[in-house]
Design a binder for this molecule. Structure first.
Ligand code: SF4
Length: 452
């Protein structure tokens, strides 16, 4: 592990015959200062979770730069309202830093209240607000009372933790809204947590639930809105797709509303099938279980020939995975395995100990596993392992292309869904098109930049 910062060595392990090197991976902790983490800040973590609520207004209380993290770079689809696609900022400047930004925030909320009569506003406190000490909560409360609407303070100064802290702040904000409607009778139905409908995945998952006869009450937060959020407390089960962002919310809903939860993943044939059956079993619904088994068999039979056709081109290739949460990484390793691709490097931004244990148990010997990586580390291990493709998000794309290797976006920039059986077809098509593109012949040729 030469060229790796001393403080980072605990967060990188190599799988050997006995399991992983060292005393297990260090994860779920703050980034090492100066290590140039690939993680986003606390505010960005909060925004990721809350932004897809389609009829909510999002006011970024801070300098205009923070507001650049908008729908445009974190798209999610809507079937109704689209107010969430517009960002609002208090545009704090030097004068506000000296004299305080509270008046500006109050004026911004008043303007939105008078012009749009919203039901729900989120106000994000950014780094500078944490420094100057504006009382965002007090202003939100005052405005909620004055206009009889929900104005929720999201305590998310970028420096106040890591991206996972932002997830928790967003989940707390959601709880502030839904716990006001928690005394409702239970009905037979589920909430879907941790899918953000980036390219229509929530619609795919909902359609599968409909096919096996399971009622969906609320979704957090892909394609959700204020009215549907109000129904959440009456659900009998929560299913959690993105464990990193939404397990905290599921835990709070379990403790405070008595709704149990299970973790699911709808990436890949294996995980989609297992998850649909698991949901039916958790509800004790035998009819739904039978329907899930039959539906998944029919769908996987339909795409089996397609997968086998491409598998020939992909067997023997090597992949690196660097994604947000551990559950997605696990699904991707399984998907690659089904295609004959070995995962040689795998890491996450916010994976938990138990997720890393699963990762360790399903990867091959000599796989590098790393938490909260930085570009230098990803580059080093991708070169060492001579990988053919990197799967990641917007911040990893340039790294792959600079190294001259293929890339697959499994995050916010993509425009096609990767969930469910439809998603498998899209995933295989993209991986094949990217890995086997003729351009790599040139980047890997003499004098090209690949791995030099
Ligand atoms: S780190 Fe601070 S200044 Fe930068 S985007 Fe996040 S909240 Fe804004």
């Amino acid at each position: 592990m030469d060229k790796i910062l001393e403080e980072r060595k605990q967060s990188i392990v190599l799988k050997n015959e006995l399991g992983c090197s060292g005393s297990g991976i260090n994860c779920d902790s703050d980034s090492v200062s100066g290590a140039i983490s690939q993680r986003a800040c606390v505010y960005c973590g909060a925004r990721v979770v809350l932004n897809p609520i389609t009829d909510a207004f999002h006011i970024v209380h801070g300098p205009i730069g923070c507001a650049s993290y908008t729908w445009d770079i974190r798209g999610s689809l809507t079937s109704d309202d689209d107010v969430f696609r517009t960002s609002f900022s208090t545009d704090l400047r030097e004068k506000d830093v000296i004299f305080g930004g509270e008046k500006k925030l109050e004026a911004a909320i008043e303007e939105i209240a008078n012009k749009y009569h919203p039901k729900l506003i989120f106000v994000y406190a950014t780094c500078i607000v944490g420094v100057i000490g504006d009382d965002v909560e007090a202003i939100c409360k005052k405005m909620s009372d004055k206009y009889n609407m929900h104005v929720i303070a999201v305590k998310s100064p970028g420096f106040s933790g890591n991206k996972a802290t932002g997830y928790r702040m967003a989940c707390d904000a959601i709880m502030q809204v839904i716990s006001q409607y928690k005394d409702q009778p239970k009905v037979n139905g589920i909430n879907i947590l941790g899918d953000f409908n980036l390219a229509g995945e929530m619609w795919i998952i909902k359609s599968y639930m409909e096919k096996i006869g399971i009622n969906v009450l609320s979704t957090f937060t892909g394609d959700s809105n204020f009215e549907s959020m109000k129904k959440a407390s009456s659900a009998t089960l929560n299913i959690v797709q993105c464990a990193g962002s939404s397990t905290y919310l599921a835990n709070r809903m379990q403790e405070e509303m008595g709704i149990p939860f299970i973790k699911v993943s709808f990436f890949g044939v294996e995980d989609t099938t297992a998850s649909l059956i698991k949901v039916a079993e958790a509800l004790g619904d035998n009819e739904a279980r039978e329907k899930a088994i039959n539906f998944c068999k029919k769908e996987s039979d339909k795409i089996e020939g397609f997968i086998n056709q491409y598998k020939k081109n992909l067997t023997g290739k090597k992949a690196a995975i660097y994604v947000g949460g551990g559950f997605k990484a696990i699904s991707l390793i399984r998907q690659f395995k089904a295609l004959g691709i070995e995962t040689a490097v795998v890491g996450t931004q916010t994976g938990k100990k138990d997720e890393y244990e699963v990762i360790e148990s399903i990867v091959e010997k000599d796989t590098v596993i790393l938490d909260d990586a930085n570009p230098a580390e990803l580059e080093k291990y991708m070169k060492e392992k001579n990988v053919d493709i990197l799967v990641g998000g917007v911040k990893e794309r340039p790294l792959a292309y600079k190294l001259g290797i293929a890339f697959c976006d499994h995050n916010h920039e993509r425009k096609h869904p990767l969930a469910g059986f439809d998603g498998v077809v899209n995933f295989v098509t993209e991986i094949n098109g990217s890995i086997n593109h003729p351009v790599w012949k040139y980047t890997r040729g003499k004098g090209a930049c690949h791995y030099e």
